[in-house]
Design a protein around this ligand. Structure first.
Ligand code: FAD
Length: 260
């Protein structure tokens, strides 16, 4: 049985040397905010570039006020310069099927069920099922039956598929055999997926997915993402907050929506 885990493969960074070179070439000055973080400064520089609001044109707004103003005015394309790469494991195929529906500003690389033999796949037990030991037992039996069926189908077809497709390479025969057998694997099958997304997309994702009461896996992953991004670039996510349901499971709320 698998539990969701989030690894952070890459975080926002900024090359202050290159920014200094640009400012010096253009004879501009930038008054930086103390303690602003890499992703926040990158957004500020990209935003200021739009109006060349450096030197005397720079208002006294702090980095955080500057970013809040961008968001309030809907000038959110500037947030697309900042991105994170995550690796998720211990999540279900059902969950990733929903995740990969997000198309814009996000990239995925997922464990293949065609190249990867799933005979030792893990399963993600859905939260809630533990309330009934009978339901849990039925669920476990079903997972074991899926694995057994997967292995048996591969075993039964191994010679027949070769004979039916004599010109196929070993790689393609394996793909074919895995493709046939995977059709018995359930939504609960554990998968691994790398996700790279920019801050604008993550904000959209968290708004849409972070607080769907009946979708524990989405809420759990949304909360894990919010913890990372709001620590790395607090000003970009200051209008989101982590809350908990009565069962202590997390939810991500968008404060303006919560208060409206
Ligand atoms: C509660 C809930 C229930 C859902 N139920 C279902 C369901 O039953 N069946 C189902 O198939 N899906 C369902 N979905 C998935 C949903 O329809 C979206 O496909 C998914 O959430 C991705 O959202 P998105 O399109 O906003 O994101 P992205 O694909 O990342 O797009 C981001 C934004 O870009 C713009 N955009 C992207 N593509 C286009 C385009 N082609 N034309 C115009 N604007 C575009 C839109 O403003 C969009 O919001 C559900 C989602 C939620 C949150």
């Amino acid at each position: 049985l698998a539990e969701p885990k989030l690894y952070v493969l890459a975080r926002p960074s900024i090359d202050l040397g290159e920014i200094s070179r640009f400012l010096s070439d253009e004879a501009l000055e930038w008054h930086r905010t103390d303690n602003a973080l890499a992703g926040e400064e990158l957004v500020e520089v990209a935003g200021r570039l739009c109006y060349l609001s450096f030197s005397s044109k720079q208002s006294p707004k702090s980095n955080s006020e500057y970013i809040q103003n961008l968001i309030a005015n809907g000038h959110e394309s500037v947030l697309e310069h900042v991105s994170w790469s995550f690796l998720l494991t211990g999540v279900s195929r059902g969950f990733t099927h929903q995740l990969v529906r997000h198309r814009v500003g996000i990239a995925f690389s997922q464990l293949s069920q065609q190249y990867h033999d799933e005979e030792n796949a893990g399963f993600v037990m859905p939260k809630g099922i533990e309330l009934s030991s009978e339901a849990s037992d039925i669920w476990k039996q079903q997972m074991n039956a899926s694995t057994a069926a997967y292995r048996k189908i591969k075993e039964l077809l191994s010679e027949g598929l070769k004979e039916q497709n004599p010109t196929f390479s070993t790689k393609e025969l394996n793909r074919l055999s895995n493709s046939v057998a995977r059709s018995v694997m359930p939504n609960a099958t554990e998968t691994k997926i790398a996700v790279t997304a920019n801050a604008r997309t993550l904000r959209h994702f968290l708004k849409m997915r972070g607080d769907i009461a009946g979708d524990y896996e989405m809420r759990y992953v949304s909360a894990a993402i919010l913890k990372v991004v709001s620590s790395d670039a607090p000003s970009l996510f200051s209008d989101f907050a982590l809350r908990y349901f009565e069962d202590s499971s997390p939810r991500v709320v968008h404060l303006p929506d919560e208060n409206s």
